[in-house]
Write a protein that binds this ligand. Sequence first.
Ligand SMILES: [Zn+2]
Ligand SMILES: [Zn+2]
Ligand SMILES: [Zn+2]
Ligand SMILES: [Zn+2]
Length: 113
Amino acid sequence: MASYKQTCIHCGTLIDRDVRFCPTCGSQSPFGYLCPSCLRPIAPGQPLCAGCGRPLYVSCPHCGEPTFVGERCDRCGQSLMVRCENKRCGALQFFQNQRCTVCGKKCKAKLGK
Ligand SMILES: [Zn+2]
Ligand SMILES: [Zn+2]
Ligand SMILES: [Zn+2]
Ligand SMILES: [Zn+2]
């Protein structure tokens, strides 16, 4: 069976398309950005998510500068993701998410101070 490879948009590594995360940089969306709330594909430069209407630019909890809702701050490079507290889940969630998009548990974890 032929396996198709595609480049990770974050680090440029060629990875299998059926892999859910990049083994090099650990990104969970190696082939494109997804809305952190509704998981629809989004593109940098888009102001709002077309699916749920959430703003796609937020202030970084680390440096306070506006950043796209990717996995890392555009300015300071710090992670914008927190791990779901449900031990059986452990999915990385955007720091503003109220609920885990995988298991539905309320997210209490906070980034920064
Ligand atoms: Zn990568
Ligand atoms: Zn959305
Ligand atoms: Zn920052
Ligand atoms: Zn979870």
